[in-house]
Design a protein. Structure first.
Length: 132
């Protein structure tokens, strides 16, 4: 969506969505931190992370994108305050706060940890998709 590579996007559904790469990187255990760095061409030891983060993740991190790129796009996010892997506050709530002036956002609070079945709410998802 950010890069304009997917034509005619009518809406977006995110179940326990990772939409803040910086927050995800900060929350990762030390032995896993090189994974995101490597994926974006940075040194695994983090020696260039501070200088290169914004430029190397630009176009891939929704939290770094101009919120206006989401203008008019309906979004349904399903997230739980009990998720210890992807923080609802750092991802879903932060993103909604950033783009809600531009996009049509709906946040459904679920329960349980990351991947809990409560994140899959067919009635909410189908209702949202049917309204597009």
């Amino acid at each position: 969506i950010i890069q304009g590579q997917i034509p005619r996007v009518l809406g977006w559904v995110g179940a326990y969505p990772v939409i803040n790469l910086r927050a995800m990187q900060d929350a990762m255990p030390s032995d896993k931190k090189p994974l995101i760095r490597w994926a974006y061409g940075m040194a695994g030891d983090g020696s260039d992370e501070a200088a290169r983060w914004a430029t190397t993740t630009a176009g891939y991190d929704p939290m770094l994108a101009d919120p206006a790129v989401f203008t008019g796009l309906p979004m349904l996010l399903l997230a739980s305050p009990d998720d210890t892997v992807v923080s609802m506050a750092s991802h879903a709530l932060a993103f909604v706060g950033r783009v809600s002036a531009y996009a049509l956002t709906t946040l459904v609070q679920t329960t349980g940890n990351h991947g809990d079945a409560s994140h899959y709410r067919p009635e909410d998802m189908l209702g949202f998709l049917g309204g597009l």
